[in-house]
Design a protein around this ligand. Sequence first.
Ligand SMILES: [Zn+2]
Length: 467
Amino acid sequence: MKLHNTLTRQIETLTPLNPPNVALYTCGPTVYDYTHIGHLRKFTYDDILKRTLTYMGYNVKHVMNITDVGHLTGDTDEGEDKLEKGAKKTGKTVWEVAQFYTDQFVSSIKKMNIIDPLVLCKATDHVKDMIHLIQKLEQKGFTYDTPEAVYFDTQKFPDYGKLSRQSIEEKKQAVRDNVHLDPNKKHPADFALWFKRVGRFKDHSMRWNSPWGDGFPGWHIECSAMAMKYLGESIDIHTGGIDHIPVHHENEIAQSEAATGKPFSQFWVHHNFLNVEGEKMSKSLGNFYTLNDVEKKGIEPMALRLLYLQAHYRQLSNFTWEAVKSAQEAYDKLKEFVITLRSQTSRTMLSEEKLQKVDEYRNRFRESVASDLQLPQGVAIMWEMLKSSIPSGDKLDLLFEFDQVLGLRLTEVEEVNIPEEIQKLAEKRFEAKKAGNYEEGDKLRKEIESKGYAILDSANSYVVKKK
Ligand SMILES: [Zn+2]
């Protein structure tokens, strides 16, 4: 299995630390607003990564967090807590806000056929673990305390900046526009591990006791504490959006490696963004769509999934209504293939040549997905295989095998119930055609079509479907 590693900027072969296990941590949502189709693309590709690893024979231990406290409106310690802001806006409690959006997130990922992580952990359930980690950093001299917060001292960690490849001076520039700066902060790149309930946070409703007073954890420490709790001090793969590279993931590396003295994650995998009609998605532009908005237009979640798979995860992809409609048509075609192939389950004896073809398609598919998740290629190979001359039974087997990675719910495709009257007409037509009575056959086909059904012919059989 080969993956692009942001740490080295190279495509490298994965060698798990404890084979056949692969420890995978994927940054989850901050539950202060709806999960939109841009988020879903990221979660779908995390799922593709997990399914590919499983397909390659690994045993994936997958942990995902739910951030329900500590994520500020700015990534670098400025602004308000996103959850508290959401609560103020809606007049609900922060806990209600978190629950509402967590439910919407969970229902969206279920509809997208994303396999549940082994552990889905809420930050608010793990504050003790975070406090322990901060204490460890404190004992090792990586922190300092101000009246506002406990900070990680980035200048004490020589590797700081290794993920984004920004020097600490460049980081200083990047955060110079902060609205709020603690005057006691030693360096602008230093980040809060623990926020105290003072100043701008004096009314913060989510709060816990800690050795540094009442307060709440910073966003970055959450991921480090939960990843290490469930997966150990060193993990194999950590994923997130490309926006997480310069701050969130840089900080996760700093605090985790400073605490343990060990490399935190071997691989850092980053997903690119999704634009909508060529523009960045935003509420003010009115192009902020959830799965619900897509479904309202008659598009199935699996068609959206197929659309995602047509662009590589490191590519900036573009959602358009036209493209998603084509994806729905392609998905309908795929379902038709399943129904047709199922009706032709007869398996001819395979010639040596055909057996080789089956292997060839399998190998090409495997190679594509294992080469840094080349899903657009994998999907193209699937279509090529479906149109090939290999026997239908083997086609169906291969298609279902590929679907272990694609996750398009192809094994669940059901035939629509065709009324008996139509079935009888179709049978009559098939008999007429077999007997060489094409005129009669054509007449019956037209009759069937006028009743809203269509016939798909193949060499020795046929399928009836709703038009
Ligand atoms: Zn994270």
